[in-house]
Write a protein that binds this ligand. Structure first.
Ligand SMILES: [Zn+2]
Length: 470
């Protein structure tokens, strides 16, 4: 029977279109055409008012100023950073050779660090010359002695951070647990065999592979084990025991820096296969690459499953890395796609650090998975606000509920501490966010109210929800 097109069905479809509900398309071609024409006549004025524009309105600067002011008062939840003093080796499981290249913005000649030192410590000079900078080091020391364990909480107060995730090997007494949440490193569990060949590949690995081995021995000591268990099941139990113990000690997540050591593509070997490789080489001997990789692939997946069981979010370094030898194509975030889109891992909360930069435009589509989140940490130290604005805008237009602020603060040198990088990262992100949202409001993509709600989600609410203790 030929379907008819009644006045009622046309009206229903206009209502649906106006209400921004997906329209029910007419069942006959004639009906669809009539519907489209009538819809146009009735709705052209209303839709025009809300239709997004390709250019900002003349009011953009005023919208930006208003939003920037509002955003300045939002207390931040920092998704990722390495707070600590310059001589504290536990700020990271890894390190960088002293000769490594640093992008311009992370060098001492970046004038923004002078502004940071001025804002935080009243630094009176316009440069970081040796004589001038010694006064900054002294002032920090004086403040630390005066404030004791409250020193870094005071820094957070000054930059407007309520809570900061501290991605560290261990938590020191000088970071107060009321303000700092611990995320610990798990890469060391992926290196139980002979790592000499990997360490000999380049100077970065020569420095960092022994650091991973050292951390694995620290975990063994923590578990009161004199050596690696001979049996693979016992090795897995040892890993689980450390995860549970660290969670009990206050940890709220685990972190992988594995992209510094190998590609992010993980195959799916059987436990039996991994067990055979482990048992064969655990007491020594040169391990063929492909076998070591299979063992690591299994262990990576095991750690994800354990993180899901313990409800520990999983942070993964997914951007270009520090050092001169980071393999950008192997470490590319899209290599993780098979894991992230695997329904077997849907109980894992993935937090992709640094947004896959410089592949953030592709990476954001991974946020379609309900358990995949992004942060803009490190990006905000590489990219100046104008460029960070562009990155944030594209993300926020697609999956605004999945994007979080992160500083990736770390002590750069004796004079340039985590304090200054907290300030630069947070101020930059507030400006970039205000600019991105102002453009979106000005071009009629979102309302003023939606802009403020998105700002709260990015700077605080989304991360706060993720790390709520189970
Ligand atoms: Zn980091």
């Amino acid at each position: 029977m030929r379907p008819s097109c009644t006045f009622d069905s046309v009206r229903t479809q206009i209502f649906l279109l106006n209400g921004k509900v997906i329209p029910v398309i007419g069942r006959s071609r004639r009906c669809f055409v009539v519907t489209a024409v009538v819809t146009q006549l009735f709705t052209i004025k209303a839709v025009a008012a809300a239709q997004a524009q390709p250019f900002p309105s003349a009011g953009l600067p005023a919208i930006y100023e208003k939003l920037r002011h509002e955003i300045a008062s939002i207390k931040v939840f920092d998704n990722h950073g390495h707070p600590g003093l310059p001589d504290d080796t536990d700020v990271d499981a890894m390190s960088l050779p002293a000769t490594s290249s640093l992008p311009f913005r992370l060098r001492e000649e970046n004038p923004e660090f002078v502004s940071a030192a001025h804002a935080l410590f009243g630094y009176p000079y316009a440069d970081f010359s040796r004589e001038h900078v010694s006064s900054l080091v002294k002032e920090k020391q004086r403040l630390r002695e005066w404030l004791g364990p409250a020193y870094f909480s005071h820094i957070l107060d000054q930059v407007g951070i309520e809570t900061a995730v501290a991605n560290r090997v261990s938590m020191p007494s000088y970071l107060q647990p009321t303000r700092f949440r611990w995320v610990f490193f798990v890469d060391a569990f992926l290196f139980p065999l002979n790592n000499q060949e990997l360490a000999s590949m380049n100077p970065d690995l020569q420095l960092n592979v022994p650091l991973e081995e050292k951390l694995l021995h620290r975990y063994l000591a923590q578990a009161h084990l004199g050596q690696l268990p001979g049996d693979f099941a016992d090795y897995l139990a040892f890993i689980s025991g450390i995860l549970e113990a660290n969670q009990k000690a206050g940890a709220v997540g685990i972190k992988f820096e594995i992209a510094y050591f190998r590609p992010l593509l993980f195959s799916d070997p059987a436990q039996q296969q991994a067990a055979a490789i482990y048992s064969k080489y655990v007491r020594g001997g040169k391990v063929p690459d492909s076998e070591y990789q299979d063992l690591q692939d299994f262990l990576f997946r095991y750690l994800l499953r354990e993180a899901a069981r313990l409800q520990l979010p999983v942070q993964i370094h997914t951007a270009v890395g520090g050092g001169d030898y980071f393999n950008l194509s192997g470490g590319k975030v899209m290599n993780l796609e098979n894991i992230l889109r695997d329904p077997r891992f849907e109980k894992v909360t993935f937090v992709l650090l640094h947004g896959g930069f410089p592949y953030e435009r592709e990476a954001i589509w991974l946020a379609a998975r309900k358990n995949v989140y992004f942060d803009s940490s490190l990006m905000g130290l590489f990219l100046y606000p104008e460029q960070l604005k562009n990155a944030l805008r594209q993300w926020l237009e697609l999956f605004p509920e999945k994007i979080m602020y992160g500083s990736d603060t770390f002590p750069i040198s004796d004079s340039l501490g985590a304090e200054e990088s907290y300030w630069v990262a947070t101020e930059s992100a507030r400006s970039a966010l205000a600019a991105a949202l102002a453009e979106m409001v000005s071009e009629k993509e979102i309302s003023d109210e939606q802009a403020v709600a998105i700002a709260h989600a990015y700077l605080h609410d989304t991360a706060a929800r993720i790390y709520e203790r189970p």
